[in-house]
Design a binder for this molecule. Structure first.
Ligand code: SF4
Ligand code: SF4
Length: 294
């Protein structure tokens, strides 16, 4: 695959399914055969750097447009308040508009609609991206997106981190998405050759697995399923759903103390417990993945 670029995403409908554990272990193993970048796009709670035991480096701000009103030009027509669909442009009782930054998505609708050009462009920082060197495996870069506390507009931060990752010349871009099936997840997995959906054998895990399979099917992306904490509950209904969506369960990772320990120590289990059953499962998964990646 020399010269080609491929995106593989690790996702999961539910938070806490072990998605990031899968992503960091795959990253370490894949770095031995490929020039790889791991992109942590779980911008509300990025934790790949913690699982890899590294400090985030090379911070860059993620800015979005913030409108400012020139009150000398404002005629109090109220149009800006009407076109704003997030409630960020508040029209006060005296007719003057005020911007609530936290609610503003930076869409520019108010700016284009203002008949007197009273709205001008400013900016505000909603988060940061980082580019960190990881010296595990054969070494790789970790690109991280992080939203500032209290911010709600995740897609611009996801997009900024994804663009920073894609601007590198890596062969494989391994993307770790946020939980759920929101716009941010769709933005993160867009363009993927393959999505690995991590689930667990619980009713909630099943519910959220079906949602992520619906999303990937609607985006026409091949999807594999990894069952984390296998053995904790029945899997027959998961298997039925996976089959219905034309997918397959490619790996079952049992719930184990070793996995929890590696999580706490910040060393992926494929390094901390090379001979463990779980490390072997990750190696088998990577072999399967390499058949697809070429
Ligand atoms: S659209 Fe322009 S002129 Fe009208 S209220 Fe808003 S800022 Fe003022
Ligand atoms: S930029 Fe968009 S979201 Fe922000 S105040 Fe204007 S219309 Fe509302």
């Amino acid at each position: 695959m020399e010269g080609e670029r491929m995106i593989v995403s690790v996702s999961g409908g539910k938070g806490g399914t072990g998605k990031s554990t899968v992503a960091v272990n795959l990253a370490v193993l894949l770095s031995r055969g490929y020039d790889l970048v791991l992109a942590d796009l779980d911008v509300e709670d990025p934790n790949d750097h913690i699982l890899l035991g590294v400090e985030l480096e090379n911070e860059e701000p993620v800015n979005i447009m913030l409108p400012f009103v020139d009150y000398d030009k404002c005629t109090k027509c109220g149009i800006c308040g009407k076109v704003c669909d997030t409630g960020a442009m508040l029209i006060s009782p005296d007719g003057l508009p005020y911007v609530i930054p936290r609610l503003c998505s930076g869409c520019r609708a108010c700016l284009f609609a203002c008949p007197t050009n009273a709205i001008v462009e400013g900016k505000r920082t909603i988060g940061y991206t980082y580019d960190t060197e990881v010296k595990l495996g054969d070494g790789f870069r970790l690109i991280t997106g992080m939203l500032r506390e209290g911010e709600e507009h995740t897609p611009p931060a996801v997009l900024a981190a994804k663009e920073r990752a894609l601007s590198t010349r890596a062969e494989i871009h391994l993307v770790d998405t946020s939980a759920g099936t929101s716009n941010s997840v769709a933005t993160a997995i867009d363009g993927s050759r393959l999505v690995i959906a991590v689930t667990e054998p619980t009713p909630l895990g099943l519910h959220d697995l079906e949602l992520i399979l619906q999303l990937t099917q609607s985006m026409n992306i091949e999807t594999w399923v990894v069952m984390n904490r296998a053995g904790l509950g029945p899997e027959d209904r998961h298997e039925k759903v996976v089959k219905e969506y034309g997918s397959e369960i490619v790996a079952r990772i049992p719930y184990s103390r070793d996995v929890v320990e590696s999580y706490v120590r910040g060393v992926p289990i494929v390094l901390s417990k090379y001979h463990s059953k779980e490390a072997e499962i990750f190696r088998d998964l990577v072999s399967k993945l390499m058949e697809v990646l070429g």
